[in-house]
Design a protein around this ligand. Structure first.
Ligand SMILES: [Cu+2]
Length: 169
């Protein structure tokens, strides 16, 4: 009986010690904003950081620079888009009436952009339309009032292999 009680005490103490170690340990690696030690931490690329510094508004709220006109087209950035070879923009051929705006929602788990230009080396990159960084689950809009009718290639400045094209009618 005495041995049994002693064993019970030992088990209770061991349980308490285990809990005291495990609880704060797992709490400290939870994937919450600002936690640098999370197992799920994703490092921002230098482009992400530069874009966020240039336009903190867009980085935090996913709001937009030049939005105007009713939304004439919606583009979804698909989950997994950051992996090369995966489908990225849906649709990747977007058509919009001149003057209408295009809304873009990021359903992936990392930041993306939708930026005009074939790729980052295109001299017109970002000059006609650019959502800036759209954080996961955020969305952005841009207008087409100042654009001439025509076809405009676009890409993601963070992942240049993500491409599509916009037709303004
Ligand atoms: Cu991207």
């Amino acid at each position: 009986m005495w041995i049994g009680r002693k064993a019970l005490m030992v088990l209770l103490i061991l349980g308490g010690v285990t809990g005291a170690i495990i609880y704060p340990t797992f709490h400290s690696i939870a994937p919450v904003p600002g936690n640098m030690f999370s197992l799920y931490r994703l490092n921002l690329t230098p482009q992400d950081i530069a874009a966020a510094e240039k336009n903190p508004q867009a980085a935090t709220s996913g709001s937009t620079s030049a939005s105007s006109g009713p939304v004439g087209a919606s583009v979804t950035i698909l989950a997994g888009a950051s992996t090369q070879g995966n489908p990225s923009y849906a649709p990747d051929a977007v058509t919009v009436k001149k003057g209408d705006s295009v809304s873009v929602i990021n359903k992936d788990s990392v930041p993306h952009t939708l930026t005009n230009g074939k790729d980052p080396s295109d001299p017109t990159t970002g000059k006609l339309f650019d959502t800036s960084i759209i954080m996961p689950a955020a969305s952005a809009k841009f207008g087409t009032t100042k654009m001439a009718a025509g076809d405009y290639p676009f890409h993601c400045t963070v992942h240049p292999y993500m491409t599509g094209s916009l037709k303004v009618q």
